[in-house]
Write a protein that binds this ligand. Structure first.
Ligand code: AMP
Ligand code: ZN
Length: 496
């Protein structure tokens, strides 16, 4: 249906050229797309979710256009050091020490959480989800190639990428628009402990210190691969040396993606990616949502309504719809008012879909040119996945449906079928929304009331030293997927 009477010319904003470009795949009909996945050392927050939901929209639309898409999104389970730096503790190992668990227990726990949350948001799993620890051999091989090509050096058991040398042949800074000379002039001097020749050089392999538990043998030392390298090794393995689309959050553009380009060119002699796509940030109170600053709401707290900011629960589909109301390249601020407005809009859209099935057909269509409207829906998405314009178009249809219901517009049987199919395609298949009707909302209010009553009963039991009953309530709720959290201001709950 997607190509029926519509013209398709997809344009994608390419971060490397700073322009919207007509999209042409390397192999007709096929697309290779790589998106940087999470570092699994903590629960995902809504900011992380926005980036993955943005790429889910992109994936869904490309599939809707009948492309065969191989979508690779990695799991970073080693090599990502604190502050994205080349020194310091591994984020996962640090958490493992803190929680007295094996690093792989941390990885497992937060990978499960990541999948669970993304499935609540109705995202489609990627075609391949490789892990960094599963590709140590590929990373070592790639480092050997980069050394052989003369763009890396070994120092004290670690291997560093030689940015200055690379810059002479290929130019460093193409994606971020940074100039190496400027970087050199403004960077801090190296200290005596640094193994690097220049501050811009970055680690491909790090020799593990005595305390570092996540380590693998290599020709240079027992150690671990650099964070930037894993993405190059895995994208090359599954999509080839040169592929169509590489995405990630805006904050990964520099240095992570800049280093990926450098590694790809240094290893394979060619630019790895045709279209670089960057999704913008979700903010809360005007500041980037981030785990490290505590400026965040978790998906579980949002769905349960148990947080101090939103005051009531919001369903995953409503939250997804809210995110779709901004284009993926715009900053989006999270607030109660904005989510409430989205909730109203979402229900209006779902109601109109119900109403349409009851609208009688006629011999003519008046009030909306269905073919033209359909083309405009595609035009919106073809213009760099402009979901807010698409949603505005969907609301033109909502208005038409409600007018037709009142008998002030008419529609032929043929147009009715096209309208229904197009709405269905865009609302469910492309935007990935799910019909949660008013009943679900009532249920969540009911659930919230019931759990609060149980929390009160548990508190009473504990006050009477009846800890067995208190624990029973907590454990049985947990078994049902409702987690109680005891804090200074009493007990709250989240849906896991
Ligand atoms: P991390 O696990 O920190 O590597 O982050 C996983 C992904 O979430 C990356 O692509 C980040 O760019 C993205 N991300 C982190 N914070 C935000 C935010 N506030 N809004 C949107 N995306 C974010
Ligand atoms: Zn990456």
């Amino acid at each position: 249906m997607s190509s029926l009477h519509t013209t398709q010319e997809l344009k994608i904003y390419n971060s490397i050229s700073g322009q919207k470009e007509i999209f042409t795949p390397i192999t007709e009909g096929n697309i290779g797309m790589y998106v940087c996945g999470p570092t699994v050392y903590s629960n995902v927050h809504l900011g992380n979710c926005r980036t993955f939901i943005s790429f889910d929209l992109i994936y869904r639309y490309l599939k809707h256009l009948d492309y065969k898409v191989r979508y690779v999104r990695n799991i970073t389970d080693a090599g990502h050091l604190e502050n994205d730096a080349d020194t310091g503790e591994d984020k996962i190992a640090k958490k493992a020490k803190l929680e007295q668990l094996e690093p792989m227990e941390i990885v497992q726990r937060y990978t499960v959480d990541f999948h669970h949350v993304l499935s609540k948001f109705n995202t489609i799993p990627p075609s391949i989800e490789p892990t960094a620890t599963g590709h140590i051999i590929e990373q070592i091989e790639m480092i050997k190639t980069i050394i052989d090509n003369g763009f890396a050096y070994v120092a004290n058991g670690s291997v560093y990428f030689d940015v200055q040398k690379f810059d002479v042949s290929y130019k460093y800074g193409k994606l971020s628009g940074r100039n190496l000379e400027d970087m050199v002039n403004t960077s801090r001097a190296l200290t005596a402990q640094d193994d690097k020749k220049n501050p811009q050089d970055f680690a491909l392999w790090k020799k593990a210190e005595e305390v570092h538990i996540m380590r693998w043998p290599s020709p240079w030392s027992d150690g671990f691969p650099g964070w930037h390298l894993e993405c190059t090794a895995m994208s090359t393995k599954y999509l080839g040396e040169h592929f169509d689309i590489h995405g990630g959050g805006m904050d990964l553009k520099f240095p992570h993606h800049e280093c990926e380009i450098a590694q790809g060119e240094a290893a394979c002699g060619k630019s790895p990616v045709n279209y670089w796509m960057h999704a913008n940030m979700l903010t809360l109170n005007g500041r980037k949502m981030s785990k490290s600053t505590g400026n965040t709401i978790s998906p579980g707290e949002l769905f349960s309504g148990e947080n101090s900011i939103m005051g009531k629960p919001f369903a995953p589909s409503v939250t997804r719809f809210f995110m779709m109301q901004a284009q993926y390249r715009s900053i989006l601020d999270f607030s109660k008012e904005a989510l409430e407005a989205s909730e109203k809009g979402f229900h209006k859209l779902m109601e109109a879909l119900q109403t349409l099935s009851k609208v009688m057909t006629s011999s003519t269509t008046t009030g909306l040119d269905i073919q033209e409207w359909r083309q405009e829906c595609y035009d919106a998405m073809n213009d760099d996945f402009n979901s807010p314009i698409l949603i505005a178009k969907l609301f033109e249809a909502v208005k038409f449906i409600n007018t037709a219901k009142e008998g002030n517009a008419t529609i032929t049987a043929e147009d009715h079928a096209i309208l229904q199919q197009t709405l269905h395609d865009f609302v469910f298949e492309v935007l990935g929304l799910q019909d949660t009707n008013a009943a679900t909302e009532d249920t969540s209010e009911l659930l919230s009331g019931t759990v609060k009553l149980l929390i009160q009963l548990r508190a009473e039991a504990r006050a009477n030293k009846d800890f067995a009953t208190g624990d029973k309530i907590r454990d049985e709720l947990l078994a049902m997927g409702i987690q109680l959290k005891d804090g200074r201001e009493g007990t709250t709950f989240s849906l896991s």
